[in-house]
Design a protein around this ligand. Structure first.
Ligand SMILES: [Ca+2]
Length: 221
């Protein structure tokens, strides 16, 4: 009797083991895969999670180049009827188009702190105190001039106008994107401009030596 009970129990254990063994083997085999998957908590995911929150920023390198607002390293105006006179420390930059009394203004910016290789836009901003004329801007490739030495007799040559606008009192903006990209890509990262008036009376802008509203070159990567 006792032996028959033992035999019956052993048979049930063998049947159970036959069924359970493949399951246990499977679980053991799957364990390394399951243990690598970290559970999501409520904070790990939401329908509004941004790509950056999920993956981190891919643009850390690009993020170092942001919009730059540069003030001139040099600015001065020159006038035809006083060809040796230098105005490098004047608080104003002057334009005039009257025959034999022309006035041009030169500005120079150092863009070496701008880390992007090119701009999507570059804007020259000048603040008018007196403004009754059309203002023209042209690029100046020769950056060897300085505000303390430039005058009508030694001013650098310049190219064609790259933009023009009806200047007004207050802020005026000129698009210099193409010329700035030529400087950034093909030449040095120092950018000079000349401003001229095509018609009208005196036009005067704040220079960098003014206490307020200095000219600025806004570079957008
Ligand atoms: Ca100056």
């Amino acid at each position: 009797m006792h032996a028959r009970l033992l035999s019956s129990s052993s048979s049930r254990i063998q049947k159970w083991w036959c069924c359970a063994r493949p399951i246990l083997v499977g679980l053991v085999a799957l364990y390394p895969l399951v243990s690598c998957v970290e559970p999501l908590t409520r904070d790990d995911w939401s329908s509004t999670t941004t790509r950056e929150q999920q993956y981190g920023s891919e643009t850390d390198a690009a993020a170092t180049s942001s919009t730059a607002r540069l003030t001139p390293t040099d600015d001065a105006w020159v006038y035809m009827d006083a060809p040796e006179k230098n105005t490098g420390s004047d608080m104003m930059l002057v334009l005039r188009s009257a025959p034999a009394r022309l006035r041009y203004s030169f500005l120079k910016f150092d863009a070496s702190s701008f880390s992007a290789s090119s701009v999507s836009s570059a804007t020259l901003r000048i603040f008018g105190d007196l403004a009754y004329s059309t203002c023209h801007v042209a690029g100046v490739i020769d950056d060897s001039w300085s505000e303390s030495a430039i005058n009508w007799s030694n001013m650098p040559t310049f190219g064609s106008d790259v933009d023009a606008t009806e200047c007004a009192v207050g802020w005026n903006e000129l698009d210099v994107t193409t010329f700035v990209n030529q400087e950034l890509v093909g030449r040095d990262r120092v950018v000079s401009f000349v401003l001229r008036a095509s018609a009208g009376k005196y036009t005067e802008f704040h220079s960098k030596d003014n206490t307020t509203n200095s000219p600025e070159l806004v570079l957008v990567p």
